[in-house]
Design a protein around this ligand. Structure first.
Ligand SMILES: [Zn+2]
Length: 202
């Protein structure tokens, strides 16, 4: 497919560079944008540049944030006694969609994977340990991939926090796909696995 307009072609290429978007869908988007008025298209483009320029990482949990602290950490109605440990911000979105968890999160930014050269120092693990040890957190829930890497990561963290007094460490039910397979887990199953979380025994 080639187009008589270089401008059109350039816009199509941009949309087609997004995951899961083929050239046919990209063309549909571009033609749709062409039908909108100039203000709408400007607002569309600005929301993308603003995103990249202004979005921050939460100083507490490493979630995305508009300011210093993310909306979840800043929400006083949430239960600060519980921290749910996840790999990435997409996991937060999935868990939030279940409406079954009212605690706080901590985003590791990945999991320990020696095969990929990812060690504890490459992840937000030290900030998590500091957070757990220096606050009144009473429960830590691991919501990591049901893989060897996920287990290794959970165990690594568990060893560092298990001696803290009055702390409960739990994990979402085994067999729940979270992390990379998250999109295959439905909200109901994920929600249930958080409510019926099991004790993490190492
Ligand atoms: Zn936060």
């Amino acid at each position: 497919m080639s187009n008589s307009s270089k401008l059109l072609e350039k816009a199509i290429e941009q949309f087609a560079s997004l995951p899961g978007i083929g050239r046919r869908t990209a063309l549909k988007f571009v033609l749709h944008l062409l039908k909108k008025n100039a203000d709408e298209v400007t607002a569309f483009a600005k929301s993308i540049t603003d995103l990249k320029e202004n979005i921050k990482e939460c100083a507490v949990c490493h979630n995305i944030a508009d300011g210093e602290i993310c909306e979840i950490c800043a929400d006083k109605r949430r239960d600060a006694d519980i921290i749910c440990v996840v790999e990435n911000i997409r996991d937060i979105m999935s868990i939030e969609a279940t409406a079954q968890f009212k605690g706080l999160y901590h985003v590791l930014g990945g999991i320990i994977s020696p095969m990929d050269g990812i060690g504890p120092a490459d992840l937000n693990i030290n900030t998590l340990i500091d957070r757990i040890m220096s606050t009144d957190v009473k429960e830590v829930i691991f919501a990591l991939s049901a893989t060897i890497e996920g287990d290794t990561t959970a165990y690594y963290i568990y060893k560092k926090i298990k001696d803290k007094e009055n702390i409960t460490v739990s994990t979402i039910a085994k067999g729940i796909s979270i992390g990379n397979d998250l999109e295959f887990t439905d909200e109901l199953t994920l929600g249930r696995s958080i409510v019926n979380r099991i004790s993490f025994s190492g």
